[in-house]
Design a protein around this ligand. Structure first.
Ligand code: 26A
Length: 345
């Protein structure tokens, strides 16, 4: 690994800090809450008893979560140098936010939360069935993030000092104006702006802010169901993931000097990388079923592995290979967790 070009605050991420409440459940339980395997949704009135049900009936575990925060924690694990990444997101002043902050800081992330003393820290119900996971986020305080946070002089300095920016599609549900602010800053300084499609419902229900942001996106991650929904909503007229990836690269772009890269993961099938009209496929080292604990955080870990190399100027093949290796590690543990020293070569 190259280390010389690593410094503090190289990568700045924004997202929803959430504490995951995770348990293995049966399929009836999923149905009770109208949830589908391998989906991610926002909680509504019908989910108000979901967390307590998980805690009381299924001995749920509490694990640090939130998609972008997971990605940054994982990147820190690979980088082995504290505070290369900085995280912005909004939490409450309760015990859950203390747990989240302690975990992220222990993993090396420079955590700069916005605090809201009226709303509780967000949670995410994680329902594991076999090797699948279904997520239901109750954003609570995470939804209270405001653009004031990124305008605060101390945080502005961090933005100006960062070289790479990463935001989840999930964050489009919270503060599209903060996303656009950061994206425009990245463009003005010719710095990479990286996003994730995050979940099918983002392309469907948050199409307008997503497409407003698209011209600024230099690197876009997604999985097969997210890419499929995006293509459908954009009337691409194809279900072929390679064609979809190429079409995403060709959507209008502000910074024409930096061709858009689109990376689509497809579970244990090869990862698709599209750039400059070209597709490369990367086989996945398939983890045997008996070794898989849960796939919660696999996509976040892929992004974390990829970014840990991307911010060291490694070529895209190395970035994708590291993403694959990292996701393979995280699926062998509960939630987006890891231990020991990362051994990616
Ligand atoms: C807005 N939504 C739905 C969300 C999320 C989310 N993170 C941010 N916003 N829904 C689920 N997650 C997180 O995704 C991780 C797994 O990829 C969960 O907290 C979980 O840790």
């Amino acid at each position: 690994m190259q280390r010389e070009n690593l410094r503090e605050n190289l990568l700045l991420g924004m997202g929803n800090p959430l504490l995951d409440i995770s348990a293995t459940v049966d399929k009836d339980f999923l149905e009770k809450y109208n949830m589908k395997e391998n989906n991610a949704i926002l909680a509504d009135e019908s989910h108000k008893n979901l967390n307590s049900d998980l805690i009381e009936k299924y001995k749920a575990e509490f694990i640090a979560g939130g998609s972008v925060q997971n990605t940054l924690r994982v990147a820190q694990w690979l980088l082995q140098k504290p505070k290369v990444t900085t995280f912005f997101g909004c939490v409450g002043t309760d015990n859950y936010s203390k747990i989240l902050k302690d975990k992220a800081q222990a993993d090396g992330v420079n955590v700069q939360y916005q605090y809201n003393d009226k709303v509780l820290t967000g949670t995410c119900a994680v329902l594991i069935t076999g090797s699948n996971r279904s997520l239901c986020a109750d954003l609570a305080a995470a939804n209270c993030f405001t653009v004031d946070h990124i305008r605060h002089p101390e945080n502005r300095k961090l933005i100006e000092n960062a070289q790479y920016f990463y935001v989840s599609g999930f964050f489009l549900t919270v503060s599209p104006s903060s996303i656009l602010d950061v994206a425009k800053h990245a463009l003005a300084y010719n710095r990479p702006f990286i996003m994730n499609l995050s979940a099918p419902f983002i392309s469907q229900l948050y199409k307008e802010p997503l497409m407003q942001t698209m011209p600024y996106i230099d690197v876009l991650f997604g999985n097969e169901t997210e890419a499929d929904m995006f293509a459908k909503e954009q009337s691409f007229g194809t279900k072929d993931l390679k064609e979809i990836a190429l079409k995403i690269c060709n959507l209008p772009k502000q910074n024409e000097n930096r061709p858009r890269v689109c990376v689509i993961t497809t579970g244990h099938n090869p990862v698709i990388l599209a750039r400059e009209g070209k597709i490369t496929e990367f086989p996945v080292n398939v983890i045997p079923k008996e070794k898989i604990v849960d796939t919660n955080g696999a996509g976040d870990a892929f992004a974390g592995g990829f970014l840990s190399q991307y911010i060291q100027d490694q070529n895209l093949d190395v970035c994708v290979r590291c993403g694959i290796w990292t996701a393979g590690q995280i699926v062998q543990r509960s939630g987006c967790t890891f231990s020991g020293k990362a051994a990616f070569q």
